[in-house]
Ligand binder design. Structure first.
Ligand SMILES: [Mg+2]
Length: 392
C-alpha cells in the first residue's frame, strides 16, 4: 500500500527565555544574557538554563555550571528567570500554532510539532507555510522562531536547528536518509555527547551516513533496543505520529519526589519502579504500545516530555526501562534538581507483533514469560513480593 507522504513542521523559539527577557527589557538587546542560578561572583552553584546568542559567542551554553559561565563571560547579564512569564508567552505561541492545524504536539515550553499533511491547499507549499508560521509567531509575540519542515518528525526537528536563529529549512528530499547523510552524528535526535563519543570510538563513524551503513545487528548487539533505533534514525526512518489526543490513550505512572533531587541513583531507582509498574499494568489490561514517554519536571516546575517510538509494540519492562533511561540520559540537564518523573506507554497498536522470529523477538518472548511469572507471584503475594534489582 502506497503511503501518503506527510508534511511535519517543528517550531522552536530562538533562545526563548533570554528572548523574553530582552522583549520585556529592551535595554538588554545585544548583550550577553544568561538565565539560571545566581553566579555569586563565580562561586555560585547550579547551572545556566538559557544563554542568548551573544552569550554563546563567549562559549556559554545551557546546562553549563554557572561558575564556569561567569569565568567565560564575567560582564554578562545574569538573571534568575521568571518561569511564569515564560509560560505566559509560551501559551501565546501555542495558541498561534494551533491555528494552523489541530494535530499538534507541544514537546516543551518553546517547541512543538505540527502535522500539516493535507493543508497545502490552504497554506501553500512547505516553504510558504514555514514563512507564514514564523510571521504569525512574530506578530503575536514579537519573538522569532526557527522552523523546520519535512516528511517526518526526525527531519523537521533536525531542520529547525540547522539555521538558528530565525531559521527556515525545508527538507524537500523525500528520502530523509539522504538529507541526513552528510551531517555529523551529533545532529541525530537522541544522540547525546556520551553516545556520540562511544559511537566514534567503537565504530569510527563521524557522519550520519557512515552510521547508516553499519549493519543493524552490530548496533543492536552493542546497544540493544537503542541500537535498532540508531539504525532506523540514521537511515531517516521515523513514522512517529504527531501526538494530539494520544495522551488519552496511554497507560502511565508518575511520582513526585519527597524532596527534589539530582541524585542519579535515586532517579534510576524511580525509573525502575515506574517502568515495572507500567509494564505490569499493560500486561494486566492486555495492551502493548509502541511509544514510551518520559515526563520530567524540574524544581522550577519547568516540565518536559520526551518520547520515542519502537518498531513493535511492547509490554516488556526491560524494553520500556531501556527507552526511559535513554530519554532521561539524553535530555536531562546535568545538575538540575528533579521534582517529578513519569513514564507512560501509548500508541497502542493492533498490528501483528513484528520480528517474533528474529533474535530480538525471541529474547523479548523469553523476557515476557519471566515477567508474566512475576505478575502471577505478585497477584498472589502482593506487589512488593518481587522487587527489581534497581529498587533494592
Ligand atoms: Mg528553543
Amino acid at each position: 500500500m502506497a503511503r501518503i507522504s506527510r508534511l511535519i513542521a517543528h517550531v522552536d523559539m530562538d533562545s526563548f527565555f533570554t528572548a523574553v527577557e530582552v522583549l520585556d527589557d529592551p535595554s538588554l538587546a545585544g548583550k550577553p544574557v544568561m538565565v539560571g542560578a545566581d553566579p555569586r561572583g563565580g562561586r555560585g552553584r547550579g547551572v545556566v538554563s538559557a544563554a542568548s546568542y551573544e552569550a554563546r559567542r563567549f562559549g556559554v551554553h545551557s546546562a553549563m555550571p554557572v561558575s564556569r559561565a561567569f569565568r567565560l563571560c564575567p560582564r554578562g547579564v545574569f538573571l534568575p528567570g521568571r518561569m511564569e512569564r515564560y509560560q505566559e508567552v509560551s501559551g501565546q505561541v501555542m495558541t498561534v500554532l494551533s491555528g494552523f492545524t489541530p494535530v499538534m504536539e507541544q514537546i516543551s515550553v518553546d517547541e512543538a510539532f505540527l502535522d500539516l499533511t493535507g493543508c497545502g491547499r490552504l497554506l501553500g507549499g512547505p516553504g510558504e507555510t514555514g514563512v507564514k508560521i514564523k510571521k504569525a509567531v512574530k506578530a503575536a509575540t514579537g519573538l522569532t522562531a526557527s522552523v523546520g519542515l519535512g516528511p517526518n518528525k526526525l527531519a523537521a526537528k533536525i531542520a529547525s536547528d540547522l539555521e538558528k536563529p530565525d531559521g527556515l529549512v525545508v527538507v524537500a528530499q523525500p528520502d530523509v536518509g539522504v538529507f541526513l547523510s552528510s551531517l555529523p552524528i551529533r545532529r541525530l535526535w537522541g544522540i547525546g555527547p556520551k553516545t556520540e563519543e562511544a559511537l566514534k570510538k567503537k565504530f569510527r563513524v563521524a557522519t550520519v551516513g557512515e552510521l547508516a551503513g553499519i549493519p543493524p545487528e552490530r548496533l543492536e548487539k552493542e546497544y540493544g533496543l537503542m541500537g535498532r533505533y540508531l539504525h532506523q534514525r540514521a537511515n531517516g526512518v521515523d513514522d512517529d505520529p504527531v501526538g494530539g489526543d494520544e495522551e488519552a490513550k496511554s497507560i502511565g505512572r508518575e511520582t513526585t519526589f519527597d524532596s527534589d533531587t539530582s541524585d542519579q541513583k535515586q532517579i534510576h531507582k524511580t525509573l525502575v519502579y515506574l517502568c515495572d509498574r507500567v509494564a505490569g499494568r499493560l500486561r494486566a489490561s492486555g495492551a502493548a504500545g509502541r511509544t514510551v514517554t518520559l515526563k520530567l519536571r524540574y524544581e522550577s516546575f519547568e516540565t518536559h516530555t520526551f518520547r520515542q517510538t519502537l518498531a513493535a509494540p511492547t509490554d516488556v519492562y526491560r524494553e520500556i526501562l531501556e527507552l526511559a533511561e535513554m530519554l532521561f540520559q539524553n535530555n536531562y540537564m546535568a545538575g538540575r534538581k528533579v521534582r517529578l518523573l513519569g513514564v507512560s506507554v501509548s500508541n497502542f497498536s493492533d498490528s501483528p507483533e513484528l520480528g517474533l522470529f528474529d533474535e530480538t523477538g525471541k529474547n523479548r518472548e523469553k523476557q515476557r514469560k519471566v515477567e508474566l511469572a512475576v505478575d502471577k507471584v505478585r497477584g498472589k503475594y502482593g506487589k512488593r513480593s518481587v522487587l527489581r534489582a534497581g529498587e533494592l
